[in-house]
Design a protein around this ligand. Structure first.
Ligand SMILES: Cc1cc2nc3c(=O)[nH]c(=O)nc-3n(C[C@H](O)[C@H](O)[C@H](O)COP(=O)(O)O)c2cc1C
Length: 365
């Protein structure tokens, strides 16, 4: 049976005003809620370090002068300090070890050491100094590091690492991450690294940077340990499959953009070390290719201009030119005249003059 439409009574002027007022305020409140939610999400996003691409920690290489240079090449890549020993931080000249240029963010401090208490103190210092992440080295195989019972040999003691990570997390609010190998010596059992990651994840670590090689603790130098133990990416991919909730970053032997892209189909991020150091201008494509950043990268000439200004400012603080230029020698890698430029900037007589204009040797401004 069809119902006759109810006759609508006309609302009074007062009621209309009231309804308009309520509707208006409702809309304003909705807009505010959406704005605030967006703001809050963007804040959350900012506090989360994006690790899709990072430049590896490298002792004697990734110091602040190197990182300043790398930051000119990529606005988004996560940068790591060299490994810094906890005792150097706690007893040494903190500013010398920890200072960095504000442009270096996002930036992680890598710690070498063991002992939950010491690591926790350093994690708090890392946060206070302004780092975005603190990372524990469980991958260095050097004998010196082994004698200090840290680095790769910590992989044999997952509970020690878990306790350290828990203490570090309790001491600070920045991300605590672990960089490690896939095994020790000739033990190629997947269970070993799976159990290590499982135990450390239980302590609250959710990011693991995995150098896809075993560390051979006896018989190989640190340099050989970066080349001779075979790369086994499948082990890192298996970790991501077994721990889908964890952030797994692969490291070791990645040297092309295709390899970066391919790895990103298996894991959450890629860390590149030596290739980024030797051919730094390769980093200029990372922002576009990995982060979809539409900004055009700086040209080599623009970079040189900024490096010259930086060098002059640092020299005014007493930093010798040679300390900086040694990290910049790869800028023209693969370009005509690269060798002559490198040779000029490696000449001790040239560097002793401490004149940043030498950066322009053979380069048309
Ligand atoms: C000169 C040099 C120094 C390194 N120092 C460190 C370090 O301080 N901490 C660390 O975790 N790994 C260190 N590594 C290892 C790198 O972080 C990285 O795991 C290794 O080089 C493999 O990555 P790649 O093949 O992309 O270079 C160093 C590597 C080099 C070449």
């Amino acid at each position: 049976m069809a119902c006759a439409p109810l006759a609508k009574s006309k609302p009074s002027a007062v009621k209309r005003k009231y309804v308009n007022f309520v509707n208006f305020n409702h809309e304003v409140a909705q807009h505010w809620a959406i704005f605030l939610m967006g703001w809050w999400l963007s804040m959350l996003d900012k506090s989360k370090v994006n690790r899709r691409f990072s430049v590896a920690p490298m002792l004697d290489w990734t110091d602040k002068h190197c990182r300043f240079f790398h930051r000119l090449l990529s606005r988004n890549a996560l940068l790591y300090t060299e490994m810094i020993n906890v005792h150097a931080i706690l007893r040494g000249d903190k500013a010398r070890h920890l200072d960095f240029d504000a442009s270096e963010h996002p930036l992680a401090l890598q710690l070498g050491g063991s002992g939950a208490h010491l690591l926790a103190q350093c994690a708090k210092i890392a946060q206070d100094w302004g780092y975005d992440e603190v990372n524990l080295n469980c991958g260095c195989p050097s004998e010196r590091v082994q004698s200090g019972a840290f680095g790769a040999c910590l992989m044999a003691e997952p509970q020690t690492v878990a306790d350290a990570v828990k203490a570090m997390r309790d001491a600070c609010e920045i991300d605590v991450t672990v960089k490690h190998r896939i095994g020790l010596d000739k033990n190629e059992s997947y269970d070993f690294v799976r159990d290590f990651v499982g135990a450390v994840a239980q302590a609250g670590c959710s990011t693991f940077i995995v150098h896809a090689r075993n560390a051979w603790l006896k018989g190989l130098s640190p340099k050989e340990n970066r080349d001779i133990p075979p790369l086994r990416y499948d082990v890192v991919h298996a970790l991501k499959r077994d721990f889908p909730e964890l952030e797994i970053i692969v490291n070791g032997g990645v040297a092309t953009m295709d390899a970066v892209t391919e790895q990103l189909t298996h894991v959450d991020g890629v860390m590149v070390g030596r290739h980024a150091y030797h051919d730094p201008y390769w980093l200029a494509q990372i922002d576009g290719a990995v982060y979809g950043d539409p900004q055009t990268p700086l040209t080599r000439i623009e970079i040189l201009t900024q490096l010259e200004a930086y060098a002059r400012a640092q020299m005014a603080l007493g930093v010798p030119l040679r300390v900086m230029t040694k990290h910049w020698l790869g800028l023209f890698h693969g370009e005509a005249g690269a060798r002559a430029w490198r040779r000029h900037l490696s000449d001790s007589k040239v560097l002793a003059l401490n004149d940043a204009a030498c950066l322009w040797f053979g380069v048309a401004r």
